[in-house]
Design a protein around this ligand. Structure first.
Ligand SMILES: [Fe+2]
Length: 342
C-alpha cells in the first residue's frame, strides 16, 4: 500500500492546466538587502552560523525565519547575497500556513507565477510544488535516460527583472535519503577567470528564453516556442546590493551569446557551463525535516540531484520573488561592445 504524504494539503494541483509564461514588464525593484544593517544583528544574537565552504553557503541554527521582523528579513537578503545560499535548520516555516509563507517571501519582491508547475489547492501558481512519489515521476524519469542528471540553472530569467531571494522548503524527504540540491557561486566562478578573459566577457550578453529544457519537456517544443518570452541580459552582471560581478550564465535558459555565430556561442558557453560546475565554487545541501533553503539567484546557480529510488516520496515547495533587472558590471565596456555590434 502506498504511504500517505505528510503534507497532503501541499500536493500539487493545476486545475486549469498549463498557462502561458507571464511577461513581467520592467519595474524598479526595492531590494531588501539595501535596507539591511551590514552588522546583521538578527543573525549575530543567539544564532549559530557555519560556513558550508569558505566560498559558498552558510548553515544557520537557532533562528526562526518566521519570527524575524522586517529588519531581520532585510538582513537575510543581504546575507544570502553575500553567501550565495543559506540553509536554515529546524524551522517551523512548513507549518505556518500559506498566507504567512506568501507574506514572508513577498517581502523580497512580487512573486513569480509559474506557468506549468502544480500548486496547493486553494493557493495559486506563486507556490511551486516539486513532488515525486509512486505515481508522480521524479526529474530522473521526466528527463529520460541520460548519463548524468545534473542540470545547472538559474530559475526563470527570461524577463527584464530576474528572480532574487528565493525560498525552498522541504515537507518530506525520500526514505533512502538523497534528493539533495547543489549550489554554485557565480561570483567565485567569475573571480577564477583571468583578467584578460574577464575583459573579453564583459561586453557580451546572452539571450534568455522561457522555452527552456524543462518547459519543452512539460509542454512540448512547439508550444514552448510559440509562447516563448525572451530577453537579453549582460553576461557579467553586478549584484544590485553588494556590487560584486557575477558570471550570469544559465545553461537551461540562456543558450545563445548575442552577436556570435552558432559555433562560437556553443564553444564559449560550453566552456563556461562546465566551469561553473567546479567543486571549487559549489556545495551540496542535504535536506532534513524543517530545512528551509534561501538563495540569491543573481549570484548562485543550482541543480537538483535526483538520485533517490524510483517511487519514493520527495515533497518540496518553492517561492520566487523578482528582484532588479541585471545591470552590466562594467557599463562602459558593455556599452562600447553593444554599439559596435549594432
Ligand atoms: Fe530550479
Amino acid at each position: 500500500m502506498p504511504s500517505e504524504p505528510l503534507y497532503p494539503h501541499y500536493l500539487p494541483t493545476r486545475p486549469d492546466g498549463f498557462a502561458q509564461p507571464t511577461n513581467v514588464p520592467l519595474f524598479e525593484a526595492d531590494e531588501a538587502g539595501r535596507r539591511a544593517d551590514p552588522a546583521k544583528p538578527s543573525f549575530t544574537k543567539g544564532a549559530t552560523l557555519t560556513n558550508i565552504t569558505p566560498i559558498i553557503g552558510t548553515e544557520i541554527r537557532g533562528l526562526q525565519i518566521s519570527k524575524l521582523a522586517n529588519e531581520g528579513l532585510d538582513e537575510l537578503a543581504l546575507l544570502a547575497a553575500e553567501r550565495g545560499v543559506l540553509v536554515f535548520r529546524d524551522q517551523d516555516f512548513a507549518d505556518i500556513g500559506f498566507d504567512r509563507q506568501r507574506e514572508i517571501v513577498k517581502h523580497y519582491g512580487p512573486l513569480h507565477q509559474h506557468p506549468t508547475m502544480g500548486f496547493p489547492a486553494g493557493t495559486g501558481p506563486e507556490f511551486h510544488v516539486v513532488y515525486a512519489d509512486e505515481e508522480a515521476p521524479s526529474l530522473r524519469q521526466l528527463l529520460g535516460p541520460r548519463t548524468t542528471y545534473d542540470l545547472w540553472h538559474v530559475d526563470q530569467t527570461f524577463t527584464p527583472n530576474v528572480p532574487g531571494t528565493t525560498f525552498f522548503w522541504v515537507l518530506e524527504t525520500p526514505e533512502s535519503g538523497g534528493g539533495d540540491t547543489a549550489f554554485t557561486s557565480l561570483t567565485a566562478a567569475y573571480e577564477a577567470l583571468s583578467p584578460a578573459f574577464r575583459r573579453m566577457l564583459s561586453g557580451l550578453s546572452l539571450f534568455h528564453t522561457s522555452a527552456s529544457a524543462g518547459e519543452v519537456a512539460r509542454v512540448g517544443a512547439e508550444r514552448a516556442l510559440k509562447e516563448a518570452i525572451s530577453t537579453t541580459h549582460p553576461l557579467i552582471t553586478k549584484h544590485p546590493v553588494t556590487g560584486k560581478p557575477a558570471l550570469f550564465v544559465n545553461p537551461t535558459i540562456a543558450r545563445k551569446v548575442e552577436g556570435f555565430l552558432p559555433e562560437e556561442s556553443e564553444n564559449l558557453l560550453g566552456f563556461l557551463h562546465n566551469h561553473i560546475r567546479s567543486l571549487d565554487f559549489s556545495c551540496r545541501v542535504k535536506w532534513e525535516r524543517g530545512t528551509v533553503v534561501v538563495w540569491d539567484q543573481r549570484v548562485t546557480a543550482h541543480t537538483a540531484i535526483p538520485d533517490f529510488p524510483k517511487g519514493e516520496r520527495r515533497h518540496v515547495v518553492r517561492m520566487i520573488p523578482y528582484g532588479s533587472k541585471p545591470e552590466p558590471a562594467f557599463p562602459e565596456e558593455y556599452q562600447a561592445a553593444q554599439s559596435k555590434s549594432e
